[in-house]
Structure formats: structure tokens, C-alpha cells
Design a protein around this ligand. Sequence first.
Ligand code: IDP
Ligand code: MG
Length: 202
Amino acid sequence: MNRIPATGELRRGGSLARNPRSGKSNRVDVLTPSAHHNLEQNFRVFPLHREISPMQQTLILLKPDAVQRRLVGAITGRFESKGLRLAGLKLVHTPRDLAEKHYAVHKGKPFYESLLTFLTSGPTVAMVWEGREAVAVCRNLMGMTDGGKAAPGTIRGDLALSVQNNLVHGSDSPENAAIEIALWFKSEELVKYTITDASWVG
Ligand code: IDP
Ligand code: MG
């Protein structure tokens, strides 16, 4: 009889696992990331909780064009359905000094003044999303800066055409994420809770 290994067995390693389709046995000594992947591909096991990469937080802004175009729900849904955990959320009519701090790295560039005018022109939805590799995951979901060049399937690729009015901001490194989150949120505005599907999402 084919026996599907229990999660605990797999965590301990060294257990003999049998592929129910091929009938072949595989010895699982170390649960490397690729071993996790192979196991989940070949066996119907309870999803293993991966502890490979540290949890990260990232700042996501749905810029004023997203609000004005009524795309807040559609864009938020992309981050939510990916499996990230929402840790903070608010609607902000961005003051000029906050916009200047947020985009300080772009000061002096030809589009800087226009960018500040854009960001301060109406409400922005500020969010903190948390999860494994959250910074890179969100950047990948967003797509390239220029909406006209962003790949289909990404938020910008599907919903934006402009370079400036590209709907969404996402931190570009964990270090910048920490700085940006502190700019937009007080620590008490970030909410800690356990999300019930965490062991399924990984
Ligand atoms: P990112 O949002 O993909 O990280 P950045 O290069 O950091 O892109 O630029 C910040 C924002 O400035 C962009 O999201 C976009 O709104 C705007 N922007 C960037 N490059 C241009 C440009 O060449 N013309 C107009 N606006 C730009
Ligand atoms: Mg950027």
C-alpha cells in the first residue's frame, strides 16, 4: 500500500517516502528548498511550512490615479491573493513634505516636480504587506515602471499606460522598506495577527 508521509516525518528527515504514481521510493535526508518543492510536486502531502527566507515587510502605495480610476479593490486583490498579509492600511491625502521625503531620491530629475504634484493631487492608499520575500514579490507583481512596457499579468502591465501615472509604488529593498514604512505609518498603526492560512501559503 502506498503510504503518504506525514509532515512530522518529513521534517525529521531520513524517512522513506514512496511516490504513489511511480511506486519508486525516495530517501529524504535533508529538507532543502528543492526537496520541499520535489516533495510537494510528487506527493500529496500537507503543505510544508517553509522557513527558508526571512519574513519581510514592504510599503505599497496605491497612488492617486489608482483611487481616481477606482482600481483600489482590483490592485489590492493582487497582493492579497498572492498570499501576503496586510499589516497596515490607510487613505492619505499626501502632504507636500511627505511626498518630498518619500521621493527624495528623485530630487533634481526632470520629472521630480511633476511627480510631487501627482502624488499630492488626491488621496493615496498606503499599505504595509508582509510575507516571505515581500519586497521582491511585490515588485514582481507591480511590473516595470513604465506601464507601456510592463509585462502583461503585472499590475502596471495590465492596468497602466503612463510612466508617471503607473498606479502603484513598492519599496525596492528591505532597507528602504523600513525607512518608507516609518515615514508613512506610526508603529501603533501596524497590526500584528496570525493569518489562518499561513501554513498553506508558506
Ligand atoms: P518605481 O516606482 O518603479 O520604483 P522609480 O524609478 O523609483 O520607479 O520612479 C518613481 C516614480 O517616478 C515612478 O513610479 C513614476 O511614477 C515616476 N517616474 C519615474 N520615471 C519617470 C519618468 O521618466 N517620467 C515621469 N515619471 C517618472
Ligand atoms: Mg522606486
